[in-house]
Design a binder for this molecule. Structure first.
Ligand SMILES: Nc1ncnc2c1ncn2[C@@H]1O[C@H](COP(=O)(O)OP(=O)(O)OP(=O)(O)O)[C@@H](O)[C@H]1O
Ligand SMILES: CC(=O)N[C@H]1[C@@H]2OC[C@@H](O2)[C@@H](O)[C@@H]1O[C@H](C)C(=O)O
Length: 369
């Protein structure tokens, strides 16, 4: 059933900067989503370093950002090519692709009251290289309507995981963590909780030269530092009412340094404290009595973090989204395939009650094939 529904590609490279995920999917009107392929590629080291650098103010930014956006488009196009080859499809078979780009600044509502959010990607170049209609810049319209432009996945989580009359929560733990609350009455809420993996990633890279703390094993070898944890949890962002969203603009090395001061801590104890910060800033956002928490994003593979979430939420069943048929590392890319489908069908993509936008909006800008 639904095998003649149009095919969409979703492309996501998130704030952890671990690389790009691509999925091929279709969304039949009368059947569940079908996932037909998934590919992941890390960014080339030089491009990754430049994208990371562009998260902070620096020299000659316009020129550097334009070239980085070209680089992101080339990487996306290569991944699309591999995905098509692996699944035996041609560009002409694909209705559209939804491409997120790389967030380097996220300042909605600031400065002039509207602010901006910037995802680097040369959409025109991606359309040119892939030969596929490219829908990108998926956050700006929501920001223009007074919203946060993020998180966008709650609408997709509702469509995918929502069950009539049953409440559940869906948690993405990427660089940043964000929660979707699928309420029993059919309403959907959501916001960014705070740092997911981004602080743990930078700390272990600095001390052990590894890109991430596999399974949270290094964190598990340390002891939580109560004063450091309390100071970090006092961050005003955690007390803001929704709508709220954040990014590396706030949770970065400088933020961590402000809390570390000149304290001489064992690095593994800092890592344990950062993991606890992620766990508590998430657990505090789950309403009492929530029966189920489905976890996606790379944090679902952090066994120590998953264990702490389960301990902090004893009344809630905490499990990776794989248990509901969608592998944790594919959910976000699938969301951007879904957003491309929504755009193509002339349907709105945002939830104003999540982002704070003035109303539902068609999200994205189209570069035709
Ligand atoms: N085996 C593992 N153990 C622990 N952590 C892991 C593991 N595998 C991946 N991760 C973490 O997951 C991160 C990648 O997650 P993901 O791809 O969901 O993030 P993202 O999409 O880039 O971020 P965001 O959702 O904020 O945009 C890695 O940087 C790492 O911290
Ligand atoms: C501005 C931006 O890129 N935000 C990301 C980031 O990564 C996680 C969290 O912060 C979330 O708000 C969002 O991504 C997901 C896909 C979203 O929009 O729902």
């Amino acid at each position: 059933m639904g095998n003649d529904a149009p095919l969409y590609i979703g492309l996501m490279s998130g704030t952890s900067l671990d690389g790009i995920d691509a999925v091929l999917a279709r969304f039949p009107a009368d059947a569940p989503m079908q996932l037909l392929g998934h590919y992941h590629h890390p960014f080339p080291a030089a491009l990754r370093a430049e994208l990371l650098a562009l998260n902070q103010p620096g020299d000659n930014e316009i020129h550097r950002a334009a070239l980085a956006a070209n680089g992101v488009a080339r990487c996306y196009a290569e991944l699309v090519d591999e995905l098509l080859q692996a699944t035996g499809r041609a560009a002409a078979d694909i209705a559209a692709l939804g491409a997120h780009g790389q967030t380097v600044r996220h300042r909605p509502g600031e400065f002039d009251g509207r602010g901006y959010t910037t995802q680097l990607l040369n959409g025109a170049l991606l359309a040119e290289l892939s030969g596929i209609a490219t829908i990108c810049d998926l956050r700006s319209r929501d920001v223009a309507a007074g919203g946060q432009g993020a998180p966008l996945v709650p609408a997709f989580h509702r469509a995918l995981f929502g069950r009539p009359g049953l409440a559940s929560a869906v948690l993405n733990i990427g660089g940043i963590s964000n929660i979707s609350l699928l309420n029993a009455d059919g309403s959907t809420l959501g916001h960014d909780c705070g740092p997911g993996n981004c602080l743990m990633d930078l700390w272990i890279a600095e001390h052990l030269g590894r890109p991430f703390d596999a399974g949270g094993a290094w964190a598990a070898s340390g002891r939580v530092l109560p004063e450091l944890l309390a100071a970090m949890l006092a961050e005003p962002y955690f007390a803001l009412p929704p709508p709220r969203s954040t990014g590396r603009d706030l949770f970065n090395r400088a933020w961590l340094q402000r809390h570390l001061g000149d304290g001489r801590f064992r690095p593994e104890d800092v890592q344990a404290s950062l993991l606890e910060l992620s766990a508590r800033s998430i657990a505090g956002e789950i309403p009492a009595g929530m029966p189920e928490l489905l976890v996606c994003g790379g944090g679902a593979l952090n066994a120590r973090l998953m264990q702490r979430l389960a301990e902090l939420l004893p009344a809630t069943t905490v499990m990776a989204s794989d248990a509901r048929g969608l592998p944790a590392m594919q959910v976000e890319a699938a969301a951007f395939a879904w957003l491309a489908m929504r755009f193509r069908q002339g349907l709105t993509g945002n939830l104003p009650e999540v982002t704070g936008a003035a109303g539902p909006r068609l999200l994205g800008a189209l570069y035709p094939a």
